[in-house]
Design a protein around this ligand. Sequence first.
Ligand code: GLN
Length: 487
Amino acid sequence: MSLFEKTATELLALQAEGKASAVEVADAFLAAYSAREPKLKSFMLSPDPDAVRRRAAEIDAKRKSGRPLGKLAGVPVAVKDVLCTKGVRTTCSSKILEHFVPPYDAHVVERLAAEDAVIFGKTNMDEFAMGSSTENSAYHLTRNPWDTERIPGGSSGGSAACVAGCQAPVSLGTDTGGSIRQPAALCGIVGMKPTYGRVSRYGLVAFASSLDQIGPFAHDTRDCALMMEAIAGHDDRDSTSVNRPAPEYTKTVDQPVKGLKIGVPREFFGQGLDAEIEGAVRQALKEYEKLGATLVDVSLPHSPYALAAYYIVAPAEASSNLARYDGMHYGHRTTEKGDLIATYSKSRAEGFGKEVQRRIILGTYVLSSGYKDAYYVKALKVRRLVKKDFDDAFEKCDVVMGPTTPSAAFKAGEKSDDPLALYLSDVYTVSCNLAGLPGMSIPCGFTKSGLPIGLQLLGAPFSEEQLFRIARMYESVTDWHTKRPKV
Ligand code: GLN
């Protein structure tokens, strides 16, 4: 296996043993990036080779000096372009922020730097994280490394594609309704959406503030745990950040959970689920049974309403969050002359893409006087019931499992004219965000045509440590997480 196909954990070991330097690691990924980027287009802003090498050399010097090294010493980490990076453009793949250069780093970017990681470029995404295929980027399409005719999923499609395609060993994404788990599933890698409040959102450009969480992409669960260890924890600058110590996830990740009870919700195996996906997920459940786990039938009776509630709550919050891009305070300003209102509306019409405009209009509508009670307030009530379903389920089981997505990666362009069809790809992922729970997707097989399939694991609040242990049990008896595509 080439250096660029290795996991972060393996790269750390090679450096600790003196078998590779941080500069050699950086060079391997810079070469993989250059060779593969014309096909994959994972990045919004390419890694700056000089900055990457300089940073890697600093880490090598630190190692030589004998000073203690961080948990991610010399590991390249790609970052979704929705996270602020000081002095480096942060566009959210939107024209409205084309020239925005943040004056500060997001909390998670600070944390990565403190752990001696090497920041490795900013990844492409759906504009303002709205989408499920990365086709809503205002700049370019990102391709699925397993089949470049197909989309990588979204909205963190670039972060998933660059790890699956071995342009970076690990990356960060964000998940508001599935944007880490869904692309992880479609690209055959591991992704985690942490409990709401586990990771600080300071410096994350907001989409829907009550749902957004930042989380990692990795080849396997051990790397995912390592990344979470680096970014989780309390931060005063995000009022929803929970003041609760973050466990050292890597210490326990290899300990299997004894007497594991897996909840299998019947609502996740109904109409619309592709037969090959169902087959692979059921097979994974059988593997768990062989490992000693018991399957428990659970019901999430309100899950059929979760998607509708999500597509009211998320646009409502987005319409408010995106009000700041008016060409005056923030964002692109039209060059056409006009009065204040005309300048606002022209700037926004020029700066925002179609899907973002659709969400702003939807969100403004469901919050408007006369409609608020019928839509927004009702959706909040459904959200409460979705949460209660999970509370009830976790009385009977330790983890809920099912498919991450109803089907495998689709062809670019296949669903771009049908927003509703695209919204349906989130059918199994949005409940987790509405309920504020941690969720993971891990690879559990391939379709006959060679496309990856994801198994979703949902846990009670702050059960990340247990989720990692449960995911790792599966990796100990399967090898899906070791597969790499030929790009
Ligand atoms: N696909 C969902 C949407 O378009 C989720 C996006 C996300 O999690 N950022 O809103």
